[in-house]
Design a protein around this ligand. Structure first.
Ligand code: PHB
Length: 389
């Protein structure tokens, strides 16, 4: 496929126009979406991640790293990276450096799995924590995990979890103070963080009314269900500055039995509430992504949330080159996040520019723990192709 000829378009496409996201001058609108990759053995980021992310870096390109646990209790599957221990924080540095040395902007996605976990992944084999004690039905088709019924967080414990997000966000700032040459160190910390508030994990377990069955100030009304997410945003923005904080939300999704009876109202409420904190961006998953692998026809859209939110709006969910261009061209999103296409095409911005054929993603190797296969072995476009036109 790499040697096929194709006609490179002459005109600039909307996806390849620059965008200023506050302090970050992005050279194009094609964002690398956060993707769990399960190659961080023992929950410590590995050297091969430097190559993986650097392959996908362009000068002025924006990359969101894979979901990264904020604490021991945040974890679910095997080989997910964390950012609460010194060893993990240190291991991220060469990876961050690899992205920065190619001029990329790199955010860390901060994650807590909540009830999407098993006691074997929890400290002392305890039950995972959640907004609820309702379990997720065991899914025999899930190759990674069977879930242990969760334990509902008490209201007294909630500030500790919020604090874990705050500490994870500032874990790299602490390093700054120890070193004399701030410019060098600046290169070795993430440029910012994305709070993972999507896909049925802990924050979503608070937000969504089919999961949250609390009767305290974190349950019941929409305002109460969103309180946990907004308190995390408040704590993290206070710690590292609102210009370095984004959030990912999937109001319409129903992953991990985490759906809502009124997703549009929920999405608009969150978008408006986030304005108060002046965070950098809101990253939303399209309503058509009701499950991870299939697109559904639907009449709902993210436009009401896009209109309600005052910062940068990132859309995600099964985008192609064509509909990504349309979304940016029509102002439905400032940036478009690509997961599967970016995984399979490390040089995705260049392929989009040339309208070159794309490598196909291989679902069977998404989550194998191999340091190369399905990770750093997707081919780049043949370098001679760019000279054909
Ligand atoms: C997700 O956001 O869907 C997600 C997060 C972490 C993983 C896999 C998937 O390890």
């Amino acid at each position: 496929m790499e040697n096929e000829t194709f006609s490179a378009p002459k005109e600039t496409i909307p996806l390849l126009t620059p965008f200023s996201m506050k302090n970050f001058n992005l050279s194009h609108r094609i964002v690398m979406a956060p993707m769990g990759r399960m190659r961080a053995y023992g929950n410590v980021p590995q050297p091969q991640a430097a190559l993986y992310y650097s392959q996908r870096t362009t000068p002025g390109g924006f990359l969101i790293g894979e979901a990264t646990g904020v604490s021991e209790t945040a974890m679910a599957y095997q080989n997910i990276p964390g950012i609460w221990k010194k060893e993990q924080i240190e291991a991220w540095k060469p990876i961050i450096d690899a992205v920065h040395s190619k001029g990329g902007v790199f955010f860390c996605q901060l994650w807590h799995a909540g009830r999407v976990s098993h006691r074997d992944c929890q400290p002392n084999g305890e039950a995972p924590v959640s907004s609820t004690d309702k379990p997720i039905a065991a899914d025999p088709s899930n190759e990674f995990i069977n879930f242990t019924p969760p334990r509902r967080l008490t209201i007294e414990e909630i500030p500790n979890v919020i604090n874990d997000f705050r500490l994870a966000a500032r874990s790299q700032e602490t390093q700054l103070k120890l070193v004399m040459r701030p410019r060098v160190i600046y290169k070795k910390r993430f440029d910012g963080v994305e709070i993972h508030g999507a896909h049925g994990f802990l924050i979503d377990q608070f937000i969504k009314d089919t999961v949250n069955d609390r009767t305290d100030s974190y349950g019941g009304s929409l305002e109460n269900r969103c309180r946990f997410a907004l308190e995390i945003i408040e704590a993290v923005t206070n710690e590292i500055g609102s210009d370095r904080v984004g959030i990912r939300l999937s109001p319409f999704a129903n992953y991990m039995e985490s759906g809502d009876s009124n997703p549009e109202q929920l999405g608009i409420y969150m978008a408006k509430s986030l304005n108060r904190f002046e965070i950098l961006y809101c990253h939303m998953v399209e309503p058509r992504m009701k499950t991870v692998s299939e697109l559904f026809e639907c009449s709902e859209s993210l436009t009401p949330m896009r209109k309600a939110f005052q910062g940068t709006f990132i859309v995600a969910g099964g985008y192609t080159r064509e509909d990504g261009n349309k979304a940016v061209g029509e102002g439905r999103g400032d940036l478009v996040a690509y997961g599967r296409l970016f995984l399979a095409n490390p040089d995705l911005p260049r392929r989009f520019k040339l309208d070159a054929p794309l490598n196909k993603y291989d679902r069977s190797s998404y989550y194998v723990s191999d340091p190369v296969v399905g990770y750093t072995d997707y081919p780049f476009l043949n370098t001679t192709d760019q000279h054909k036109h």
